[in-house]
Design a protein. Sequence first.
Length: 264
Amino acid sequence: MRDPLAEPSDLIRSVSRALRVLESVGRAPRGLTVKQIARRCELTVATTYHLVRTLAYEGYVIRREDGTYIVGLEIADRYRELVSAFRGPPAVGEALRRAALDSGYSHYLGRFVGGRIAVTASAEGARSPFIDDMSPGFDEGGHATALGKALLATLTPDQRARYLRDYGMRAFTPATLTTPEALEADLAAGERRGMQLEMGQFRQGLACASVLVIADRDIERRLVLACALPAAEMLTSARVVRAKLTAAARNVAEALSAGESATA
């Protein structure tokens, strides 16, 4: 979502319009005609035509035989680059996959990106329900996921309050915590427990646990590790989950440290 108050004085309109066109095409998997794109972006057909031709030339949109446009393969290339940059050194991804394989649970790394809580890497586990939202780049539900809670717990109370004001506390399920007071109590319980936890707050029937991997004064260098599993298993295996998650977090931290040393 764009902040109109943050619009730069030197905004390049043609770039901004091209991005709006790309976003509109991306939200329409069946494709859009130039006239439909123009209407959705509130642009003239002539301007839209020039923008679409440029995007098609660069590979960011594709023109189909029926005259509609869909997103191009260059988008997939940029996404892969984003995922690689988020994840860090290859050893980090390997540590994440090993944790998922050993436990059977899907594992996720998360950090602050541009001030928002985001999933930055994931590895699917055979025993965890598939969560299509929890893929690299997902930046919603910080208050409802254990991953988000672990990061929120690193903030001061004032910083947390500001984050919740900015991004809200959407109710994903009837169990989602939707008041700052309830969240503060939950975070405190997580600190005492040694891991942040949610049970059915993001998806019904699903539980998630998270621990801190890296604590740093720089908010954007803080890293957490989370795993997801059926809520029923969390009820009987919380201590085992915490032990395995803590061990996996150490492995990720070591892999990250080794990777940074190798590139220094």
